[in-house]
Design a protein around this ligand. Structure first.
Ligand SMILES: Nc1nc2c(ncn2[C@@H]2O[C@H](COP(=O)(O)OP(=O)(O)OP(=O)(O)O)[C@@H](O)[C@H]2O)c(=O)[nH]1
Length: 386
C-alpha cells in the first residue's frame, strides 16, 4: 500500500463553483472586501466580471492585482496548471505578497470535476497545493428549478463541501427551507450556509479538507461527517423518496450495519417512482457503508478499480476511513468521480470506533449495486460456485 503523508504544508485550494448567475461573483466581491481574506490569492477568469476597480490597490503584473484587503487576485492565463505554477513561483521569488490560500472560481465551467482532477493529478501542482474543498453557490430563488432541469447544478451541489445559499433576501422562507432540505438530501455532509449578497464569514467556507489547520493534524470526523448521512436518512424527505422505505435491507447487513431504514436513500433500483422522473436530484444517491471487520487492502483496491471502471462517471464523491488488515492505523481514501487521491495513513484513530466507514454520493448507482461488488471483491463472496 502506498500511503504517503499528505503534507498539510501544501497550500490549500478551494474551488468555487455554482450555476450560471447563482452568485459566485457577488460572493467573491464580498469576500475580497473582507479583511479575513488577507493572504488569499483568488484565481478568476477575468477581472472585468468581478468588478474589482473600487477594491484595487496595485497591479502586481499583467494578470495579477492586489486588493486593499490584502487579497491577491489573478486571472487565468493559458490553463489552470500554468496559472497556479506561475502564482507559486512569484510567491517564492517574492514578486507577489505572500499568501497561504487559493480560491479558484470556475466561471464558465459548469462541471467542477475537471478542475478538481487537475489539482489532484498534476504532479507539480500536487506537490505544492492540496484541494481544501469545493464551495458551491446555489440560488435560493431559482435553485429548485435549476436542480430540476440542470444536471450540472445537481452535480455541483453533490461534490461540494460547503453550499452557499445565495439570494435568500429575495426567496420566500418556505422556498428556502424546501431547497435546504433538498440540498441536504443530495449532499448530507455539506453545511448549507445562507448568504444574502455574498455576506458570509470566510471562516465558514474554508478549511473543509482533512487537515485541521489549528491542530495541524487530520480531523477525519469533521471531514467524513458520516453521521450526517445517518441523520439525513432519518429525516423525512423534502420530496418524495418514500419508495426507499420498507425495502429489504436484511441482505446488506452481513458484514456491517448501515445507516438506518432509509439508508441508500435514492436506491431507486427498487422502483415505485411517484414523482417526476426528470428531477435530476432524484438520480443522486447519498449513503454510507459501515464495515465491522478489517478489510484486506488488495481487495479494497480491486473493489475501487472495478467500481471506477464500471461507474467512474457516476461516482460523484467517495470518502472513506478504512480499517485495513495490513495496518493497525487507519487509512483515508478520497475520490471525485474516477480520480482518487493517494491513500493517506493516519497516525492514530480519531476515536475508539475502528470500523471502516465509506460514504458515497453517486448518480444512479445505489447501495444495492455497490455493496455486492464490495462483498464480492473484498470478501470473495459469490465466487465459491465458480
Ligand atoms: N438580491 C440578491 N441578488 C443577488 C445575490 N447574489 C447575487 N445576486 C444578483 O444575481 C445576479 C447574478 O449574480 P452573480 O454574482 O453575477 O452570479 P455568478 O454566479 O457570478 O454569475 P456567472 O458568472 O454569470 O455564472 C447579479 O445581478 C447579482 O447582483 C443576493 O444574495 N441577493
Amino acid at each position: 500500500m502506498s500511503a504517503p503523508a499528505a503534507s498539510p504544508a501544501r497550500l490549500p485550494v478551494s474551488v468555487l463553483t455554482g450555476f450560471l448567475g447563482s452568485g459566485k461573483t457577488t460572493l467573491l466581491q464580498a469576500l475580497l472586501r473582507n479583511p479575513g481574506m488577507a493572504r488569499t490569492a483568488i484565481v478568476i477568469n477575468e477581472f472585468g466580471e468581478v468588478g474589482l476597480d473600487h477594491l484595487l490597490v496595485a497591479k502586481a503584473s499583467e494578470n495579477m492585482v492586489l486588493m486593499d484587503s490584502g487579497c491577491l487576485c489573478c486571472t487565468i492565463r493559458g490553463d489552470l496548471v500554468d496559472t497556479l505554477r506561475d502564482l507559486f513561483l512569484k510567491r517564492v521569488k517574492g514578486e507577489v505578497p505572500d499568501f497561504d490560500r487559493v480560491v479558484v472560481e470556475t466561471t464558465g465551467l459548469a462541471d467542477p470535476a475537471p478542475i478538481i482532477h487537475t489539482l489532484m493529478s498534476d504532479p507539480l501542482l500536487a506537490a505544492r497545493f492540496r484541494l481544501d474543498g469545493v464551495i458551491a453557490t446555489v440560488d435560493a430563488a431559482h435553485g429548485s428549478l435549476q436542480l430540476d432541469r440542470q444536471p450540472e447544478s445537481v452535480k455541483q451541489a453533490a461534490v461540494a463541501d460547503r453550499i452557499v445559499l445565495t439570494k435568500t433576501d429575495v426567496a420566500t422562507p418556505a422556498a428556502t427551507a424546501a431547497l435546504m432540505q433538498r440540498l441536504a438530501a443530495i449532499n448530507p455532509a455539506a453545511p448549507v450556509i445562507p448568504a444574502a449578497h455574498g455576506e458570509v464569514d470566510p471562516a465558514r467556507l474554508f478549511d473543509a479538507g482533512l487537515y485541521n489547520p489549528e491542530t495541524k493534524s487530520p480531523d477525519v470526523v469533521r471531514w467524513l461527517r458520516e453521521e450526517a448521512y445517518r441523520d439525513q436518512q432519518a429525516e423525512p424527505r423534502g420530496h418524495d423518496h418514500d419508495h426507499d422505505h420498507g425495502h429489504d435491507h436484511e441482505h446488506h447487513h452481513e458484514h456491517g450495519d448501515h445507516c438506518g431504514p432509509a439508508c441508500g436513500h435514492g436506491d431507486h433500483d427498487h422502483g415505485h417512482h411517484h414523482h417526476d422522473a426528470n428531477r435530476h436530484d432524484d438520480h443522486i444517491r447519498a449513503f454510507c457503508m459501515v464495515i465491522d471487520r478489517p478489510i484486506p487492502w488488495n481487495g479494497f483496491v480491486d473493489f475501487m478499480e472495478a467500481l471506477i471502471a464500471q461507474a467512474g462517471d457516476s461516482l460523484l464523491r467517495v470518502k472513506g476511513l478504512l480499517n485495513v488488515q495490513e495496518s493497525e492505523l487507519p487509512v483515508v481514501v478520497h475520490g471525485v468521480q474516477h480520480m482518487f487521491h493517494p491513500p493517506v495513513r493516519l497516525e492514530e484513530w480519531p476515536s475508539d470506533d475502528h470500523r471502516t466507514k465509506l460514504v458515497f454520493i453517486t448518480r444512479d448507482v445505489g447501495q444495492t449495486v455497490i455493496e455486492p461488488l464490495f462483498n464480492g471483491l473484498v470478501w470473495g463472496e459469490g465466487k465459491a460456485a465458480e
